[in-house]
Design a protein around this ligand. Structure first.
Ligand code: ADP
Ligand code: ASP
Ligand code: MG
Length: 443
């Protein structure tokens, strides 16, 4: 029988009522056998996610040696969820043990992981399913990256003879034997790992929107839904900030050609978005598939005459950045110019001034300039390279909105064009591009 892996995000775990909806979804399809859950998210705007409550526990623990005060909020969330579900379940004992372990482990990752641990315990109880602790089946290797082979094997072993299982998302076990989390939003990756391990026919990612939308719904009101998208387009959009699906979650499923579908827990009958490997993907005919972006980048602009003929110029510049352990987002370049685009948060502790000093000494540029507070906006689509005049339309739309473009980078995959604008122009830039390609009768 084909099996499906279903990952439910934070809002799908927010309260007892929604968790009952999740139960209905699982029970509505016998192929939905493996469930991965996030920690409870926000119930209303202004509410705090359980994971953030847990990071506050860790801060309190580091400052005062106890997390008593902050843990009270976590306790209250789970007690009310169990009450709403009318469950005969001794969550109180599990909470006492969890608080004790947080205080003895003293590890940020362990503390953060407890939201997923607790919600998976609750959901397993609701579904009458087996609880499989991610600590025992998801393993990281020496480099800190996933040890896929070891994890897949352990998952297959754990689900043997089991009809329905629930896994907590977001964490696994590091080589030091301790709990280690993925980056924020990482339960999406856990879901993909389980899907790969059991060779699922489909990885369903259940969230609070009816699919991947052409841009962030918090910027444009009700953007169009993307019906189908390729792994590659998804990777570009999610990496560039469309955080509906973690950008690393396609790697485990890509190798096994497992399709992903994004579905809405609150409107399960809505079609959602299909994310497909290139072999199964047929282009939609649209020029642009989606728009995404992020704020707070720093651009280091370097100019030197005859830069291109100087052997090893770029290598020397990159060496200076690498020495500080900083990764670079984009490197747009011209004949005598190049820019380094770096997430500003990675340049603290005087790193920026050391990098500038290093570059000045290494390549003696004519000009070196720093532009801060830059937002990047990526316009992505398979149709962009084959359609004449796409970049002109894009730049004209941005100019017409009176926005100054600080930087342009056209990815070598020809799948995307990234522009850098001032942070303050970010939302307007996305709106302008959306209106151009998705407004009435466009695209
Ligand atoms: P979950 O807790 O289910 O993992 P997330 O909050 O991580 O959910 O992701 C869903 C949210 O992503 C949506 O509520 C929406 O606000 C946001 N989002 C940003 N960009 C997009 C996009 N292009 N399409 C859909 N949602 C988006
Ligand atoms: N709970 C974690 C977070 O808030 C992981 C996740 O939701 O995917 O980042
Ligand atoms: Mg998420």
């Amino acid at each position: 029988m084909a099996v499906k892996v279903c990952k439910f995000g934070g809002t799908s775990m927010a309260d007892g009522n929604v968790i009952n909806g999740v139960k209905k979804i699982i029970e509505g399809d016998r192929e939905r056998k493996y469930v991965v859950v996030s920690a409870p998210g926000k119930r209303y705007s202004g509410d705090t996610k359980v994971t953030d409550l847990l990071y506050a526990c860790q801060d309190e623990l580091e400052a005062f040696g106890t997390c008593k005060k902050s843990f009270a909020a976590v306790r209250a969330r789970f007690i009310s969820i169990v009450k709403e579900l009318n469950l005969d379940f001794d969550i109180e004992s599990i909470l006492i043990e969890t608080e004790r372990r947080i205080e003895s482990e003293k590890s940020r990752d362990f503390t953060a992981s407890r939201g997923e641990y607790l919600s998976a315990q609750v959901v397993a109880r609701v579904l009458g399913a087996k609880f499989i602790d991610a600590e025992n089946v998801i393993f990281f290797g020496e480099s800190g990256a996933l040890d896929g082979e070891k994890s897949y094997k352990a998952i297959v072993e754990a689900v043997k003879d089991c009809d329905l299982a629930v896994f907590p998302g977001f964490y696994g076990r590091g080589v030091d034997g301790r709990v280690k989390t993925f980056s924020r939003g990482g339960s999406d990756i856990s879901g993909a790992i389980v899907a790969r391990a059991v060779n699922a026919s489909l990885y369903e990612n259940w969230t609070d929107v009816s699919g991947f939308l052409a841009c962030d719904p918090r910027i444009v009101d009700s953007p169009k839904r993307i019906k189908r998208i390729s792994y590659k387009e998804l990777r570009e959009l999610s990496y560039m900030g469309a955080n509906v699906l973690h950008s690393e979650s396609i790697f485990p499923v890509r190798k096994a050609n497992i399709p992903i579908v994004i579905k809405n827990t609150f409107r399960p009958e809505d079609e959602g978005t299909e994310i497909l490997p290139s072999s199964r993907y047929t282009p939609s005919g649209n020029i642009v598939t989606g728009i995404a972006g992020k704020k707070n980048f720093t651009v280091i602009f370097i100019e030197k005459s005859l830069m291109n003929s100087e052997v090893g110029f770029i290598a020397k510049v990159l060496e200076e950045v690498a020495r500080e352990g900083v990764s670079i987002e984009h490197i747009p370049s011209g004949i005598d110019t190049m820019s380094l685009v770096i997430a500003s948060e990675n340049l603290g502790d005087q790193k920026l001034s050391r990098i500038l000093e290093g570059i000045r000494n290494a390549v003696e540029p004519d000009i070196i300039r720093v532009i801060e507070n830059i937002a990047l906006v990526a316009t992505v689509g398979h149709g962009m390279s084959s359609s004449v005049g796409t970049s002109a339309r894009l730049f004209n739309a941005i100019a017409a909105a009176n926005i100054n473009i600080k930087m342009i980078d056209q990815g070598s995959s020809e799948l995307n064009i990234v522009v850098g604008v001032k942070n303050e122009d970010y939302e307007r830039c996305i709106k302008a591009i959306y209106a151009e390609f998705f407004g009435k009768n466009q695209n």
